[in-house]
Every structure is written in structure tokens, then in C-alpha cells.
Design a protein around this ligand. Structure first.
Ligand code: SAH
Length: 380
């Protein structure tokens, strides 16, 4: 048993009696040996998510409370760090809780339940979180497109405690950010880039920096604190740029800061036509690949922006390029960046390989959990 937590539809010879959606099911080998216990998702290709390999352990409130407590204990140093008040508490399969994501923003927990097995157990999950971290409130923001695959409606509601009045402030690496818990993307912010923002900033002293797909300005903020000379941010969302601007202001940054509301693909072409160049370029696009059929088209998209960025970099400039598409492997991503380098006729060295922050761990039996990958490259 390799303990991979997914069972696809095609791997099941028979299901008798047919379980209702979300029900706990026992998995038996073809010889009838008990193997594992999971929850049934009758509408998803991933038909069963496995929660336990211990026959004596039911999928109940006790199991959920234990898993939540273990997840929280594993993050205790991060939770104790006064400089960071926004982090992921539970990362789904990697924390033994398939379909459950919980992020904490200064004591406000945002829960995402993306499978029917998790959705049916919301009450036990909320109770376990309330006991483990005593939050001000727990919201559910299960609006991810994956819910459709499970036949679940999106939800946006307060599950526990008192709602925050308006956006709240959190700290990340000691920097102040505004987070709009109900209006923002994902569960509010991109916590997975926390460490990478600092890693990239380490190259930004004295640099002219271009941050593409800025959202609320995390890469810009760290670059500014690290002593960037000038910063330009591009995003297609006016609301995101307004939040980024507010975050820059809130941290008393005086670095010259320019924002462009536009499409990165066309803005980079415009810069190229104008002959504009930079010392550091960050590419942190949204997820381009949602299913396998999109991989080719997305690869062309990644190649396009990476090629353009290389063309805009001064000799010796730095490219920090990311993909958060789980279906694009690090090998494929590196090949795409290689293709861009060949077309740009530039020599490109990888200086660092990056992944998601450690509060988004990758369970060894579940490598699919590693979705964010990044390369810091020197382009000569
Ligand atoms: N770098 C950010 C996260 C980026 S999320 C951080 O560190 O927090 C992706 C962002 O890309 C979103 O803000 C979205 O508005 C923006 N976006 C998506 N497609 C875009 C496009 N084609 N051009 C410009 N911005 C785009």
C-alpha cells in the first residue's frame, strides 16, 4: 500500500450498496482484504478520498479533532511568530483532511471545503478548529471551481463567531497588509508566496523592478523594503491594484512606485516596443491549467510571458518566474522557460528553485500537493 489518498472511478470494480455522496466507505482488495476508509464522491472522477488506513478508526469527530490538532501543532512556530499573522492551518490531503483548507488571518479563519465528504463534516471541522485555535470567527468560502466537480454549490457564509467589520490587517514578514476576507481571491491572499517574496527581494537592492500579476503587491512590498530603486506593478484588476497601493502606503514606503492596470501579455509587448528595460522581473500569473486539456495552451502562455520578460531584462538581470498550476510539473515548467531562453537568445542560469511556503506541506504519499513552483534565474 502506497497510501495515495485518491481512488479514481476506474479503479473500483464494484460499490455495493451504492453509497450516498459524502458517506464513509470501506475499501477492500479484490481478495476482500480491508485496505482503507474514505469518503464517497459519486459525481467526481476522484470517487473516493481516503482518510485512514487504520480499520479501527472511524471517520468521525475524534479523527477530525486529532488531525486538526496535529496540523496546528506542526505550525506552532509560525503561529508564535509575531511578524506573521496570516498562514495556512490545514492543507487538505497533506494534513490528512481531504478537501479541507483552512487559513488564519489574524484570528479570522477562512475555511474551504472542496469535497462532499468534507462539506458533510463541516460541523466537526469547525468545532475542532474552534478548540484548536480559538479564532474570532470561522468563515466558509468554498467558491473554488473544484466544487462543481463534486456537485457542490459555492458557499460564502459565517460559520462561527463574529464577522470582522470590513477588511482586516495582517502581518507577513513584519509587513502590514489589508485583507478583504469576503471579497478577495482564494481565501483572501496568496499565503503560499510568503517565503518567495523575501527570496526574490534579496536580489532587489538598487534594482528597477517589474512585478507582473501584482494582486495586493506582496512582491513589490518586499522589494521596496529591500531597497529597490523603482517599482512598476501590472495587474488587470483595479481593485487588486488599489489594495496593493494601500499596502505600499501602509508600510511607509517611499520608493517610486508605478501601477499599470492592464493585461500583462500586451503590456510586456508594449514595453518591448518602447525599448523599456528592467533589472528584476517577477512573473506570478494565476493558475493557467485547470484540467489536462489546457496544458498545451497554458504552456504557450507561460512561454510567451517568460520570453517577453527575458527580452525586457538588462544583461545580468533577474527573472523570478512562477507557475501555480499543479498539472504543470517542475520539469515541464523548466522546459518552457528553456524554450523561452532559446527564442530570446539569452543565456539563462537557474539560481534558485522555489516552492510553496511550508505551511502548505507536501505529503510524500501525495506529490500532487506540490503545485507552486518557481525559478529565480539570471539572464545574461
Ligand atoms: N503576485 C501576487 C499573486 C498574483 S495572483 C501575490 O504575490 O500576492 C494573480 C493576479 O493576476 C490577480 O491579481 C489577477 O487580477 C491578475 N491577472 C490575471 N490575469 C491577468 C492578465 N492577463 N494580466 C494582468 N493581470 C492578470
Amino acid at each position: 500500500m502506497q497510501r495515495h489518498p485518491w481512488i479514481f472511478e476506474g479503479a473500483i470494480a464494484q460499490a455495493t450498496p451504492l453509497p450516498p455522496d459524502g458517506a464513509a466507505v470501506d475499501i477492500l482488495s479484490s481478495q476482500g482484504t480491508w485496505l482503507a476508509r474514505g469518503t464517497w464522491s459519486g459525481k467526481s472522477q476522484i470517487r473516493v478520498r481516503l482518510w485512514t488506513w487504520n480499520e479501527a478508526q472511524p471517520i468521525d469527530g475524534t479523527l477530525i479533532a486529532e488531525r486538526v490538532a496535529t496540523a496546528v501543532a506542526g505550525r506552532k512556530r509560525l503561529i508564535a511568530d509575531p511578524g506573521t499573522t496570516a498562514y495556512r492551518l490545514i492543507f487538505s490531503e497533506s494534513d490528512g483532511l481531504p478537501g479541507v483548507i483552512a487559513d488564519s488571518y489574524n484570528g479570522y479563519v477562512v475555511l474551504q471545503l472542496s469535497t462532499v465528504g468534507a462539506a458533510l463534516r463541516a460541523q466537526a471541522i469547525v468545532e475542532a478548529l474552534a478548540a484548536a485555535v480559538a479564532p474570532h470567527a470561522i468563515y466558509e468560502r468554498s467558491d473554488a471551481d473544484v466544487r462543481a466537480k463534486e456537485g457542490l454549490e459555492p458557499v460564502d457564509r459565517l460559520l462561527w463567531g463574529m464577522a470582522a467589520e470590513g477588511p482586516i490587517e495582517v502581518l507577513e514578514n513584519g509587513r502590514r497588509y489589508t485583507v478583504d476576507l469576503l471579497g478577495g481571491h482564494k481565501t483572501g491572499a496568496y499565503l503560499d508566496q510568503r517565503i518567495n517574496r523575501r527570496r526574490v527581494a534579496a536580489y532587489c537592492q538598487g534594482a528597477e523592478v517589474l512585478s507582473c500579476f501584482s494582486y495586493t503587491g506582496g512582491f513589490e512590498l518586499e522589494a521596496a523594503v529591500a531597497g529597490a530603486r523603482q517599482i512598476t506593478a501590472i495587474d488587470s484588476s483595479a481593485e487588486a491594484l488599489a489594495m496593493a497601493f494601500e499596502n505600499i502606503r501602509r508600510n511607509d514606503i517611499t520608493t517610486p512606485y508605478e501601477q499599470i492596470e492592464g493585461n500583462v501579455f500586451s503590456e510586456l509587448r508594449r514595453f518591448r516596443a518602447e525599448g523599456r528595460t528592467f533589472d528584476v522581473i517577477v512573473l506570478d500569473p494565476p493558475k493557467f491549467v485547470h484540467n489536462r486539456s489546457q496544458i498545451d495552451r497554458a504552456s504557450r502562455g507561460y512561454k510567451d510571458i517568460n520570453l517577453l520578460a527575458m527580452q525586457l531584462l538588462r544583461p545580468g538581470g533577474l527573472l523570478a518566474t512562477f507557475s501555480c498550476s499543479g498539472l504543470v510539473s517542475i520539469d515541464l515548467f523548466q522546459k518552457i522557460v528553456f524554450g523561452a531562453a532559446v527564442d530570446a537568445k539569452r543565456d539563462v542560469q537557474i539560481l534558485e528553485r522555489l516552492m510553496q511556503a511550508p505551511d502548505h506541506p507536501v505529503l510524500l504519499t501525495f506529490p500532487e500537493a506540490e503545485y507552486l513552483k518557481g525559478l529565480i534565474c539570471r539572464v545574461t
